[in-house]
Design a protein around this ligand. Sequence first.
Ligand code: CMP
Length: 540
Amino acid sequence: MANMSTRSQLALLDALDPLSRAPIRIFSFKLLVLFPIAPLLAARYRYPLFETISSFASWYAYKLAMAWGGLRGALTLVLALAVTENRGLDPQVQRFVAVLATGLVLFTLFVNGTTLRMVIALLGLDRLSPRNEVLRDRILALSYAEVCDAVRHLAEAHALAPAAVQQIVEPYQAWITTANARDAAERLTERDRLAIALVALANQERALALETHAARIAPPATVQTLLHHADTLLDGARTEGRLGYQRAAAAILSFPVAFRIAYFLYRHFGIRRLLADRLADRVELLLVTRLLVDRLVDFNNERLRLIFGERITALTGESVERRRGELGGAFDALQRQYPDYVAALEVRFLRQSAVRQETGRYHALFEEGLIPQELFEDLKRGVTATRAAEPRPRFDIGLDTRRLIEQLDFLSALSNAQLDRVAKLLRPRFTVPNERIVRAGDRGDAVFFIASGAVEVRLPVRNVRLGTGEFFGEMALLTGRPRQADVVALSYCRLLVLRKADFDRFVTANPDAGAAISRVAQTRLAMNRDDHDRTAEVAS
Ligand code: CMP
């Protein structure tokens, strides 16, 4: 400084003047960013149970701690160096930036850095939330009880003095008694406890999904979906408790976007392969999810019950059972239509489990020192060579018109040659559960024969269920009137569609089948007329 010209000294003092205020400015800037942005983020991502900062006061406390804790380091210095190395800039500006950056880094490191712990403690952010405190107490009480039991068993087995046991067990028991008394004061509502238990359940599902990956029970893509589902359940339980968990459980059973896209491509462009692959994914996913949920039942009964008690686990158990039912329903729907594929997948799954068991056994023998390394490697090679990873069987939607026709009883009298001709007029179509195939009021453009599956005709007065071998959509074609009702698929269906343009040709070529269709249509019309008259009578 002594050798500097007066001008330079003045310039540096000028440069240092804003520096003295820089930390305050940056701190205020951070507050400015944090305070308006954080509420927006909170509104977008709601995590009330653990992540959300529960009270207004702690909301502000967190933001203050975040603003205070934003330390500056290497990055600031690197950026500053980039400026100071730039020859195009005035040396005074370069010096100013260098001093400013160094000062700022030192300030945040020595002032903010050293006081952050104190600030966090002052703001009370280093304490557990009441919810986590309850959970911690429960887990500790459970662990201490297990410790006491283990100590007693050990003492019994080795005939140790009861006084010694008492001395060890007493502090644990005293803690349990105090914790129970604290808990009896009901620091948390039952709703919160239930939500915490459901979060634990979803976390366990996540752990089981990862186990599935480690055990190679499912391919990586399926494990990815399982993890995503566990996260969805976790978010549901955190944000809306039981209702959220149940909503999430329903959502993960619906068809995913990839399935919908494949279905769209099938319906509009006739591409079947993608849909078949997505159906195969679904069978595999449902198969593995069922296994996980079965294990959740045990987890609920054995582990959660000890931590959360009877009342809460009865409710979580109900949610798990409900999921089990819904999963079973979704799986059965596929199994009923594709029993061979499901059986093939189950065989593959069991075979892979057997291979895992075998390898695990060799591994255990090696670990126990019962077989040498070379033998272990040889046995492992044997397993890999004979039972290399089996590819998933190919899924066939089963839309071969000629084979589907064989399911239609009213065509059973036709000869093979006649059936071949009929097959040329019919188009196969696959539908998913809950898909509306016919809309009431629309113009009739086709008749649908059910080769497999079931549909529901939704009439104003009643719903009529139609199954394999039956047909619908004939009335609009025969009477020229609009469609009488909505017809919705109850399951995966394989239909044969006879378009209006081909209907007359079909009836002319197969008069008996035509007469059978007309008879059924007459009966249905009469039934609907009766329903209508009866309703009108009741109304008048
Ligand atoms: P359509 O009117 O073209 O479209 C709706 C279809 O529902 C109808 O043809 C029949 O195939 C079917 N449908 C209407 N009423 C009944 C009924 N009472 N029982 C069974 N199916 C019916």
